[in-house]
Each structure stands twice: as structure tokens, then as C-alpha cells.
Ligand binder design. Structure first.
Ligand code: SF4
Length: 178
């Protein structure tokens, strides 16, 4: 059993998806700190809407920069990829990479992401990227699959209880238009 003082930086894609990871990670004894870094989200009004829900979560949240130009540059050439394809791998690597860097800067021992709550997301792909980044930056990446044990269903239930806004597309403009 780890020391209960170990801190974990949780990359948060949106408040509803964060509900179950926060609960489960706290149960495992982690001190959870949120990190909202999602330059993929379009339009900017949607970004603000999702960001505005985070104060309903019972944790401290650090807000990364909103830099969509960087996201569009990195994913250029992959705009027509299907959801779950190469554009998503680049997008996830970008967001988790920034999380690993922030964890390193703050001296936080672990990092992981809420992204595996979604039934539309490939946990193996996310965990492989997270592990590689953890190795690169010398931070422990916590491999997780929060959709297990009915995690997604539970996240919807808690989101309703907290009256959280729930979006109907992943985030980028290409996932919105499909
Ligand atoms: S569909 Fe979601 S994960 Fe894939 S590129 Fe768009 S925002 Fe990123």
C-alpha cells in the first residue's frame, strides 16, 4: 500500500468524465489535483462552457493554456481521420505530454487521465501513450481504464446529481461535424 500522501495530477477532459476517476483515485489514497489542458476543444465558447463546470468538482484544478493554434498545427494532415485514428493519438499525446510536464514542474509523483472513462476511447492506446510519456519525463503514469466496473454509467449518474453540463461530441471541430 502506497503512502496516502502521494499526489496525482489528473488530466481532465471534462467535468462529467472526471467524476469517477476522482472518486476511485481518492479511494485508493491519492491526493488528486486536476489539470485542465484541452486545446483541442472547439469552438472557444464550448471550451469555456466545459471549463466552467470544473468548480463543481471537489478538488483543486490547475488550468493549462488554451492554445488551439498549437493543436491545429500538430494535427495538420490528419483532419479527415476517423475518431480513434491518428489524429486522436496526436491529440492525446499532446494533452498527456503537457500533463506529464506539469507534474514534473510541480514535483507531483503520478499522472493519469480521465479519458479512459469514455466507451469511445481505446484505453490501451491511451495507456501506451501515457506510459511512453511517463518514461520520457521520469514521472509515474498510472495505467487505468475507468470505464471498467460500469465507470461510464456511474459518471452519468454523478454528473446528473451535480447538475453538470454533458456535451455530445469529443471536443475538436472534426468530432463535432461528424
Ligand atoms: S476526436 Fe477527440 S481525441 Fe480525437 S482528435 Fe478530436 S478531440 Fe482529440
Amino acid at each position: 500500500m502506497r503512502s496516502p500522501t502521494e499526489r496525482l495530477l489528473l488530466h481532465i477532459c471534462c467535468a462529467p468524465c472526471a467524476t469517477v476517476p476522482i472518486k476511485r483515485l481518492k479511494e485508493r489514497g491519492f491526493e488528486v489535483i486536476g489539470f485542465f489542458y484541452n486545446p483541442n476543444i472547439q469552438p472557444p465558447s464550448e471550451y469555456k462552457l466545459r471549463m466552467g463546470q470544473l468548480n463543481k468538482l471537489d478538488i483543486e484544478v490547475i488550468y493549462g493554456e488554451y492554445e488551439p493554434w498549437r493543436w491545429f498545427n500538430l494535427t495538420r494532415g490528419y483532419y479527415d481521420e476517423p475518431e480513434g485514428g491518428k489524429r486522436c493519438a496526436i491529440c492525446i499525446r499532446m494533452r498527456l505530454g503537457q500533463t506529464a510536464l506539469m507534474a514534473k514542474k510541480l514535483g507531483i509523483e503520478y499522472f493519469t487521465t480521465t479519458l479512459t472513462v469514455s466507451p469511445y476511447k481505446d484505453a490501451d492506446m491511451i495507456n501506451t501513450i501515457g506510459y511512453e510519456l511517463g518514461t520520457t519525463y521520469g514521472i509515474n503514469f498510472l495505467r487505468e481504464n475507468f470505464k471498467k466496473r460500469d465507470g461510464y454509467k456511474e459518471s452519468i449518474r454523478i454528473a446528473k446529481e451535480l447538475n453538470l453540463y454533458r456535451q455530445h461530441y469529443c471536443g475538436c471541430i472534426f468530432s463535432k461535424r461528424k
